[in-house]
Design a protein around this ligand. Structure first.
Ligand SMILES: [Zn+2]
Length: 176
């Protein structure tokens, strides 16, 4: 079981500074919905094409950070340089530190192959598919968290009916 750091000090320092700046961790957590069935913390904000959550680090030149890396870094421990934060649950937008682990490039590649991401598998083999199995799982999780199909489709820049068919299981039946 992943050991979670006490984030009280992060919250306290914000109050002591007397500024109304929310820490990046607070901003991630404010946009996260917990799915009771699987325990995933689904980030409901901006996602990239692979379905990973991203958020501004803050400040003018802070750039974007991956949300799962933020929760891991703040709630578990620092991520060594060049290391990946990987998902045990295979839901890219999940930020639950219990579902995350740190791995090397080789671990990342092995993980992708074991989860069928680096090879073509059924749905993705058909040529017309623009979704990946990982994204379909992710969309279903977002829908379970209460997000509308319309909003999910807009967030991922895909057509409404494509999202609807994937979410209700008309397409992508083999993904569970
Ligand atoms: Zn998860």
């Amino acid at each position: 079981m992943t050991r979670i750091k006490n984030c009280g000090s992060i919250l306290r320092s914000r109050i002591e500074n007397g500024r109304d700046m929310k820490t990046v961790l607070e901003r991630v957590l404010a946009k996260t919905e917990i799915i009771p069935e699987c325990g995933c913390w689904i980030f409901m904000g901006q996602l990239n094409k692979q379905g990973y959550g991203r958020i501004g680090r803050g400040g003018r030149n802070g750039g974007l950070a991956f949300t799962h890396r933020i929760t891991y870094q703040y709630l578990v421990k620092d991520i060594p340089y060049g290391m990946h934060v990987l998902h045990k649950c295979d839901v890219p937008s999940c930020c639950n530190p219990h579902h995350l682990f740190v791995g090397t490039d080789a671990d990342n590649n092995a993980d992708m192959i074991s989860k069928g991401r680096a090879v073509y598998v059924r749905g993705e083999q058909q040529g017309i598919a623009i979704l990946t199995e990982q994204l379909v799982r992710q969309m279903r999780a977002s829908r379970l968290a209460g997000e509308s199909v319309k909003s999910i489709a807009q967030r991922l820049s895909i057509k409404y009916h494509t999202a609807h068919k994937a979410i209700v299981g008309i397409n992508w039946k083999h993904v569970c």
